[in-house]
Unconditional design. Structure first.
Length: 577
């Protein structure tokens, strides 16, 4: 493809014409102290920065923006910082997922309406990766992704702590009376010790690994700890590379192909990915006009072994260990025969070229295919009369005795109802019960919150139980674990079959055969359906109203229906600005 000339840059439409409007554009940049030669004829690079003082995962981004700017300037570009919606997982209610699509819309429109020739996407916290990528796909300019990187490992009393996973674990021990208040405070202060995302293989590390496997980052970028000096160098290298991508007109439609999406899904399965990967992968593929379904993901899940021995699906190790063991390049080199190595990446080379020679330095952390952590991939997709459009479970992260299980349902219609019940030590519940939380999906939550790892009832905790079968139309954190069936679709709030389940009904899970059913006859279900009444809408105005009118269900990626791309059509709208 022919390289761009200065006259053909998108920004030239703002700065080059000899007319009144362009004079205004130039004068306003000169108002900031820039000389014309600093921005005219040079690629203008937007740095989409999702930093905020409440987004702890991105606490280091003010420094990284400067690293990116340095790289852009070194390559002859003109960098401009573009503060973006900071969709953080820790402090947003009811859930950050409610705002993923807002970040996607903001990213697309900020790119469209400004004189940007290319963008550096800076994210990491769970929803920022898919939000930024979705918007950049639709905007259609060259883009490169800078992953925030995981935080350093946690520590308390000589024990290594993993964010999220150990919080759930020790919370149960505290509820059981096995942990003092002093110890609990010590865990609280030791579990998150630096800037960066969760250092378990949670949703953040899952999505940054997906971004790298899809070709959107520089080789090895997703594994670098946030506070490692290599992270600084990676950020500045991204600044240099995006300038070359602009001159080469290397846009995301050339990178996010069917092969790239399958590579990303395969790598996700091999890493012990978060269940959230399903929703975001489908959304990204749909934006790019690529057909990727739950059944496609289940097929890959059945045939891809889990080889990253990282919590919560793995045992003992964290992302820092994964990086020192060789990182994602080494893992992908182990999977080479299962990947399409001809897929193009943002550095202009193929995936195969990028992973050539990558070594594994610890074969217990990154396992060979002959010795996997788990013989299948991270996720399984279920079907049945409880989830005709699908549900997901993470088999490797739950007690194997629940892989085939039948028990009576214990149904809750709201999170507060469930939360109160599980603290009641006199609750009538057995280890065979199947806990169910409904009205927690995209519309019911609202926003599809991470409530799916339902807490084990205190009555069972006191008896020493730490897992039981749980079902919900909610999501769960990627740092979570246990026998949790999630993303039940269609959700109960719109009348999906989960809305018809009653306490005491028998429920059967069969992971080997990918089934989830309530053992209730069709005539009874038809009668219950006729009696069901839709609940009142969650929102009557604002973003929540727009979200509820246009969000798709879990099996369709939870993108907005008016933003998804028709299959076979190029992504994005005409560049009318």
């Amino acid at each position: 493809m022919r390289r761009k000339t200065p006259e053909s840059l998108r920004s030239a439409r703002w700065f080059e014409p000899d007319d009144l409007r362009s004079m205004g554009h130039r004068s306003r940049l000169m108002q900031l102290g820039y000389a014309e030669e600093e921005f005219r004829g040079r690629p203008v690079i937007g740095i989409m920065d999702t930093w905020s003082e409440l987004n702890t995962c991105h606490a280091h981004f003010p420094e990284r923006v400067q690293d990116v700017k340095r790289g852009v300037l070194q390559a002859g570009g003109f960098p401009v910082q573009m503060p973006s919606l900071s969709v953080d997982e820790s402090n947003m209610k009811p859930t950050s997922m409610l705002f993923r699509n807002m970040l996607a819309i903001e990213t697309e429109e900020m790119i469209r309406c400004h004189p940007l020739d290319g963008v550096v996407l800076m994210g990491g916290c769970d929803k920022t990766t898919p939000g930024l990528v979705l918007g950049a796909i639709s905007a259609g300019v060259p883009a490169i992704y800078v992953p925030a990187g995981p935080m350093i490992r946690g520590n308390f009393a000589g024990k290594t702590l993993g964010s999220g996973s150990d919080a759930w674990k020790y919370w149960d021990e505290r509820r059981a009376g096995n942990l003092s208040d002093q110890d609990w405070v010590g865990i609280q202060s030791g579990i998150a010790r630096s800037a960066g995302t969760c250092m378990t293989m949670g949703t953040a590390s899952t999505m940054t690994a997906i971004a790298e496997a899809m070709g959107l980052t520089l080789p090895g970028a997703s594994s670098i700890p946030a506070v490692d000096s290599n992270h600084h160098r990676m950020a500045s290298a991204c600044g240099r590379r995006i300038v070359e991508m602009v001159w080469d007109d290397l846009t995301l439609d050339r990178i996010i192909t069917e092969a790239a999406c399958r590579n990303a899904a395969t790598v996700a399965m091999a890493t012990g990915c978060s269940t959230n990967a399903v929703v975001h992968l489908i959304a990204i593929a749909k934006r790019a006009g690529i057909r990727l379904t739950l059944d496609d993901l289940d097929e890959l899940g059945r045939t891809t072994p889990l080889i990253a021995n990282v919590r919560p699906a793995g045992k003992g190790y964290l992302m820092e260990d994964f990086y020192y063991a060789g990182g994602l390049r080494a893992l992908m080199n182990q999977l080479r025969e299962r990947l399409d190595c001809s897929a193009l990446t943002v550095n202009g080379r193929t995936l195969g070229e990028n992973i050539e020679g990558a070594e594994v330095y610890n074969q217990d952390v990154i396992r060979p295919l002959s010795n996997p952590v788990y013989h299948e991939g991270s996720l399984a997709v279920l079907r049945g009369n409880l989830c005709p459009n699908g549900a997901v479970i993470k088999p490797a992260a739950c007690d194997p005795r629940f892989h085939v299980h039948e028990g009576p349902a214990l149904v809750f219609d709201s999170y507060p109802e469930m939360k109160a019940a599980v603290e009641d030590e006199n609750l009538h519940v057995t280890p065979d019960h199947v806990m169910v939380l409904r009205n927690a999906g995209p519309l019911g939550g609202p926003g599809f919150p991470e409530w799916g790892m339902l807490p084990i009832p205190k009555a069972l905790i006191k008896q020493g139980h730490r897992d039981m079968l749980r079902i919900s139309d909610a999501r769960m954190s990627g740092t979570s674990y246990g026998a949790c069936v999630l993303h039940v679709s269609p959700e109960s709030f719109i009348g999906g079959p989960l809305a018809l389940l009653k306490t005491g009904d028998a429920v059967r899970l069969d992971i080997p055969n990918r089934r989830l059913d309530m053992l209730v006859d069709d005539a009874e279900l038809s009668q219950r359906k006729a009696q069901w009444r839709a609940p009142e809408p969650r929102y009557e105005r604002g973003w929540g109203w727009l979200f509820s009118k246009h969000v798709t269900q879990a099996d369709q990626g939870c993108d907005f229906d008016f933003l998804q791309t028709d299959f076979g059509r190029a992504a994005g709208e005409p560049d009318i600005y």
